[in-house]
Design a protein. Sequence first.
Length: 255
Amino acid sequence: MVKWNVTSLKIYAGTPRAVGREVIKEGHRAGLRVMAHLGAYSAQDAVLDGVDCLEHIWSVFNYVIPAEAAKQPGHRANLDLHNPQAQCLIAALAKRQVNVDPTLVVFRNMIYLNDLEEIHNHPDNAHVPRRMLDYWHSYRRGSHLPAATREARKKEIRKYQELTGLLHRAGVPLLAGTDTPEPFVPGPAIVSCCDLLALKARDAGVEIMTRIAPGLSELTADRRAFSQILINLVSNAIKFTPRDGRVSVSAFEND
């Protein structure tokens, strides 16, 4: 795989721990990063076994639900994310610096709220690659979400957003992107990364200033890797900038 320029492996939902542990071990031995879309393999076990990245917010959320809470109707939309099980997993992710790629837009636009026209026809969707939009539309036509569940679905999405915020504030590195590299305009990705670090900068007494040239060309690259590299660079800049200082992030094209 290394000879083919493969840089990562992905464990999928049906993988049990015994297999997942060996995949992580062999992947690391070959110098590969190992990510996981979890199901049978719990997040707690995957973190202990050394996974590098958890794909989709479900790979965290599904493992912070106490057994008693899971028995309650509508528990996903009303879950207390400050429960001990949640706090313990968040702390472990932060301590081991396991990346989390929440893919919240996919969950909101494609799966949970595709029956809302303000979501389905939002202007931001113009920035979504056509291949993904076509799939979202196809999924929407077949999903037939009941109107009676709409408020519960909205609340569940807010819980995913709340959990993502808790992960970020705890120091868990977050990635932005999808499962596959897609062409993207770097400007919004840069702004998003800087927004994620705004609280850290404010606490350090540092201002983040962005200067992004208009009309930047698309990049065909791994957006998650791009975002993570940028977050690491800006985080270090904040760390080593004196209070009342400024970190400038600029993007432009050479002729």
